[in-house]
Design a protein around this ligand. Structure first.
Ligand SMILES: [Zn+2]
Length: 104
């Protein structure tokens, strides 16, 4: 792959450009946004030498999946989920085994 900045062949690396922990109207979250950039310039990475086909990177870093439920489903201070929410998460392929599920 090639670096969009210096146009040389490069290696890429994941960096987190999210804003980190935040609180918005009482809703706590952790904003994590991974982007794949070149190691030389932290620029966009492309598959071809002419830098026309963007390279999105290999598999996402592990952290991605771990942060996903917290971003989208923990909208308040609850540290448990309902059966309904569990079903929704399972449907999305998110493992809920270590979550506290309550029948309400
Ligand atoms: Zn570069």
């Amino acid at each position: 792959m090639y670096c969009g900045e210096c146009k040389k062949e490069c290696e890429g690396d994941w960096i987190d450009v999210g804003i980190g922990s935040y609180e918005y109207w009482g809703a706590k979250g952790n904003d994590v946004r991974w982007v794949y950039v070149s190691k030389c310039c932290e620029g966009d990475v492309f598959k071809d030498k002419k830098c026309t086909i963007p390279y999105e990177g290999p598999d996402e870093p592990d952290e991605w999946e771990d942060d996903y439920p917290e971003d989208d489903y923990r909208e308040d201070d609850r540290d448990w989920i309902t059966k309904e929410e569990q079903n929704a998460l399972e449907n999305l392929g998110i493992d809920t085994d270590d979550m506290d599920v309550r029948d309400v």
